[in-house]
Design a protein around this ligand. Structure first.
Ligand code: G3P
Ligand code: CA
Length: 245
């Protein structure tokens, strides 16, 4: 089995990120999975949007946490691609319903690094379990406390530590806390021993966000487990050339 392709925020190189349309496009492109970001509205709805504020991608302003879900629904989030037409912020439930029939994997990134949304982890676990999708989900976060909370609530859930900074002995650290994967950025892979140390510790390696053919091919040759990319079609082509897809 070669590297899997996970569409980052859906096929976000082509369609406004983190929308149902972006996840559908990823499925059409035959990506193996999608990555998405979860924040929480004022009334406790799990919503799929990257930033803590709606400013960058929408016609509104302010923190997601200060909006009721009904108000968020009214926003147009085509901001990154204004010519695309109106698109809405989906709930996590809507995205999982959309993807359930596809059999794709879903990497749920809990965006708890800035606001510690109360009860977010419990809601994610309950939803995934209610939908019977536990085996297909990977939960990750830059907030490792959040990841461990999910593991405790649902030991069967696959989990990964997202890292941005360069951390000492990170593969040992991840193993110690019992997660199944490390989610390093592309730049972490300059450390040529990292993949090997993860392998020795039984960790899968899912690398973000890799959009250039050259790097996708390199990672494919190196034997990583998943490439998280905005361009699933380009990734498939690059990996096929290396024979790792
Ligand atoms: O989950 C990988 C990647 O999405 C983490 O960074 O900022 O794109 O959410 P960001
Ligand atoms: Ca993300």
């Amino acid at each position: 089995m070669g590297a899997k392709i996970w569409a980052h925020r859906g096929a976000s190189g082509y369609v406004p990120e983190n929308t149902l349309e972006a996840f559908r496009r990823a499925a059409e492109m035959k990506a193996d999975g999608v990555e998405l970001d979860v924040q929480m509205s004022k009334d406790g709805e799990l919503v799929v949007i990257h930033d803590e504020t709606v400013d960058r991608v929408s016609d509104g302003k302010g923190y997601v946490k200060d909006y009721m879900y009904g108000e968020l629904q009214a926003l147009d989030v085509s901001g990154s691609m204004p010519d695309y037409g109106t698109v809405r912020i989906p709930t996590l439930a809507q995205v999982l319903e959309e993807l359930k029939p596809t059999g794709m994997e879903v990497n749920i990134e809990c965006k708890t690094g800035i606001f510690f949304y109360p009860g977010l982890e419990e809601k994610v676990v309950k939803l995934v379990q209610d939908m019977g999708m536990t085996e297909r989900i990977w939960c990750s976060s830059f907030n490792h406390e959040s990841v461990l909370r999910i593991k405790k609530l649902c030991p069967a859930m696959k989990t990964g530590f997202l890292i941005g900074d360069i951390i000492m002995d990170v593969a040992d650290y991840a193993k110690r806390y019992g997660v199944q994967a490390l989610h390093p950025a592309l730049y972490h892979m300059q450390d040529e021993g990292l993949l090997e140390r993860c392998r020795r510790n039984g960790l899968a390696v899912h690398v973000w966000t890799v959009n250039e053919r050259e790097y996708i091919s390199k990672l494919g040759n190196a034997g990583i487990d998943a490439v998280i990319t905005n361009f699933p079609d380009i990734a498939a082509e690059a990996l096929r050339r290396t024979g790792s897809y």
